[in-house]
Write a protein that binds this ligand. Structure first.
Ligand code: PHE
Length: 352
């Protein structure tokens, strides 16, 4: 039995005609099974019939049949592409998706400037030998106030407009959002049987403040505490000077003012020269015309606070400080208003 070359050409023409009339992907798949299917596909059958050809025609027939198969496969691939493109085009109108639209770029996030500053501060104190501890943001009034020598009727409680937790305990409000990180002085000493102590406690604090360029109702503080034999005010100043140089460079001016905090004696505030007005604008919003921006409170731990922890205040002395981290960030980058930090505007935040 012979299959003349003209029969091959005819078969090819039939295959291509059938292919051309396949209107969708389902019809195309039917065509593929009928013509190129492994079982019973007509082109496949043609190839298996090569071996049945008379010896003298086998080679020519085989070559022709294989060429035909390649042509048909190429035509199939082309048709397949065509139908796929058409389906996508249709989808893009019916589904109203523009598949040619480029993807949206992924924006890479970064640490909040206050977090960056907090970490840099922690690192700086770490290099000076301070370890890091943490305390609760929802605090007992007894720690936040009493342990810090701010009793119930003491006017110093009015220094902070406190945000209380409503729940009554024994008929009283006893918990609050801590107004400072200082209660951790008591907490750390309480769980340390005996000095030396050198610790920092970073964290958020809350005050019901009227906000302005340098005050926010939520603030980040770093409490520092060192207790040992022979700790002196000069140690406190040395540590804070060192900290300032590392954070702000050697050009900035630092000043200590006397101040009052019930849990230290003596007490100070440390300020840096105002980067906005350099002390020359009495109406400056950032320094309020003083020329200085206060960044921390500090002092020698009050002997009563030391005694409350069960230590002998004749033997042990200590210093403490509480740094306003947002203030440090303001000064560091020359930001004129603290409220930018928590307005969540990426145009601001992505600059740092
Ligand atoms: N806790 C004080 C405040 O929040 C700061 C401070 C800390 C002062 C430690 C003295 C010693 O203002």
């Amino acid at each position: 039995m012979t299959a003349p070359t003209s029969a091959l050409a005819e078969l090819c023409a039939d295959a291509l005609a059938a292919l051309a009339s396949a209107a969708d992907e389902a019809a195309l798949e039917q065509w593929r099974v009928a013509w190129l299917g492994r079982q019973g596909g007509r082109v496949t059958g043609l190839l298996t019939s090569i071996k049945d050809q008379p010896a003298d025609q086998k080679a020519a027939f085989g070559a022709e049949a294989n060429r035909l198969k390649r042509d048909i496969e190429a035509a199939f691939a082309e048709k397949h592409e065509q139908l796929k493109r058409r389906t996508l085009r249709e989808l893009s109108t019916t589904e109203a998706i523009d598949v040619t639209l480029p993807g949206r770029p992924q924006v890479i996030g970064r640490l909040h400037p206050v977090t960056q500053t907090l970490r840099d501060c922690v690192k700086t104190f770490g290099e000076m030998g301070f370890r890091v501890a943490e305390g609760p943001e929802v605090e007992w009034a007894s720690y936040n106030f009493d342990a810090m020598r701010i009793p119930e009727d003491h006017p110093a409680r009015d220094m902070w407009d406190t945000i209380w937790v409503d729940k009554l305990i024994d008929g009283e409000r006893k918990m609050l959002l801590r107004t400072h990180t200082s209660p951790n002085q008591a907490r750390v000493m309480e769980r340390t049987p005996e000095p030396p102590i050198r610790v920092i406690v970073p964290g958020k604090c809350y005050r019901q403040e009227a906000t302005d360029a340098t005050h926010e109702w939520m603030l980040t503080q770093i409490e520092g505490l060192a207790v040992d034999e022979g700790v002196r005010m000069s140690d406190l100043k040395g540590v804070l000077y060192d900290f300032s140089r590392k954070m702000f460079g050697t050009e900035r001016k630092i000043i200590f003012h006397h101040s009052y905090f019930p849990f230290v004696e003596p007490g100070v505030e440390m300020a840096l020269d105002c980067f906005i007005c350099r002390g020359e604008d009495p109406a400056c919003h950032t320094c309020h015309g003083t020329g200085w921006i206060e960044i921390l409170g500090a002092g020698m731990v009050h002997p009563e606070v030391i005694e409350n922890a069960g230590y002998d205040s004749n033997r042990y002395t200590g210093f403490a400080f509480g740094i306003g981290v947002e203030r440090v960030a303001l000064l560091r980058w020359g930001i004129e208003d603290i409220r930018h930090f928590y307005q969540n505007d990426v145009r601001f935040l992505s600059q740092f």
